[in-house]
Design a protein around this ligand. Structure first.
Ligand code: FAQ
Length: 312
């Protein structure tokens, strides 16, 4: 019977149908989705921290309002994604526990510090830019709830990317020499970590082959990375910044930019918990969770009272 179910499942994937929560699915498909969606949710949550750091220090009311909205959006993305993962039968408490105990992964990028105001614009331009490149194909992911969550997330990310680019453009075109230098310094620090966001090279990516077969991943890590580099190299010219890679060069034959060697040792160091801010980020999430305990207790007490009143 399982063989038949599996064949039917494979056929639906091949037809490009969405798989929905109540449909039969192989256990490994379920596990892969819980892994990826929960890691994605954790990234959105932890991703609030580096930029949140600058809310109190944004240079103008306009920039502060934009940044507040952006950071709130990231929190919202985390919530849609936790909800999508819950449809696969794992609870939010389990997922958050895995994050808080350091067992769960989240994107390497959020383990780098935000040292100046230009980091905020650079995160919008490069980090949100990379996130969109990676997430647009997930709108066509075979699992319905994840694909649908991603549609709205991508729309919001595109606003995030543009606000970042625009904020850098203002500094580069109207700023003082010191402001321009600050932008260049931020770009120097964020460029390599941004292109690492797409994950290890295809031939060292253990999950890729199966995720591609199941239509969870539609475009490979390396292909997305190349598309991102091609786009960013052109945008850098408009901004007037230099990307910190002497080997970055247009290749007429490939119709792509060539680029230098990525430091994968650094990537794995950060993924394995030893980046510049891993401990700080985790501690901040755990503190927020602990300090929110009274809110969760109050909400539960309120819900219990409501249902008692409804019965009475
Ligand atoms: N960081 O076999 P693969 C955002 C892990 S955007 C940490 O290639 P897969 C928006 C990977 O989990 C960021 N770990 O894995 C925002 C696996 O370990 P596992 C979040 C990484 O899943 C912007 C191992 O390495 N976006 O938050 C990373 O097929 C600004 C082997 O890798 C998403 O999560 C990494 N960079 O491909 C928020 C998108 N890369 O699980 C605030 C959805 C790989 O076997 C401010 N996710 N690893 O123990 C994906 O598309 C995929 O999961 C990939 C990795 C492409 C990230």
């Amino acid at each position: 019977e399982d063989v038949q179910l599996e064949e039917r499942f494979e056929a639906r994937i091949a037809e490009g149908e969405f798989i929905e929560p109540r449909d039969w699915m192989p256990e490994h498909y379920r596990k892969t989705l819980v892994r990826q969606i929960s890691q994605h949710a954790h990234s959105e949550y932890v991703g609030m921290l580096p930029e949140g750091n600058w809310i109190t220090r944004a240079p103008t009311l306009k920039r502060k309002a934009i940044l507040l909205a952006k950071v709130q959006d990231e929190g919202g993305h985390g919530l849609y994604l936790y909800s999508a993962a819950e449809t696969l039968g794992t609870s939010r408490d389990q997922m958050l526990d895995a994050l808080h105990t350091g067992k769960a992964k989240y994107s390497s990028i959020f383990n780098y510090p935000t040292l100046t105001w230009a980091d905020v614009g650079t995160i919008g331009w490069l980090v949100d830019g990379a996130a969109i490149m990676n997430q647009v194909p997930i709108c066509r992911c075979s699992y319905g709830p994840y694909a649908r969550a991603m549609v709205r997330i991508c729309r919001e990310e595109s606003f995030h990317q543009r606000q970042g680019f625009e904020s850098l453009l203002v500094m580069m075109q109207q700023g003082t020499a010191a402001q321009k230098e600050m932008v260049q310094d931020a770009v120097n620090r964020w460029w390599w970590p941004s292109i690492m966001m797409f994950g290890p090279p295809d031939d060292q990516s253990p999950n890729s082959a199966q995720s591609m077969r199941w239509g969870i991943k539609r475009i490979s890590n390396d292909e997305l990375r190349q598309k991102f580099i091609d786009a960013a190299a052109e945008q850098a010219k408009v901004l007037g910044v230099t990307l910190p890679d002497p080997d970055l060069k247009w290749n007429e034959e490939r119709q792509h930019y060539d680029f230098g060697r990525i430091d994968w040792d650094e990537f794995w160091r950060v993924v394995n918990g030893n980046g510049p801010c891993n401990r700080e980020r985790l501690a901040a999430r755990v503190k927020a969770w602990d300090e929110g305990a009274w809110v969760r207790e109050a909400a539960l007490a309120h819900a219990r009272k409501q249902s008692r009143d409804a019965k009475a």
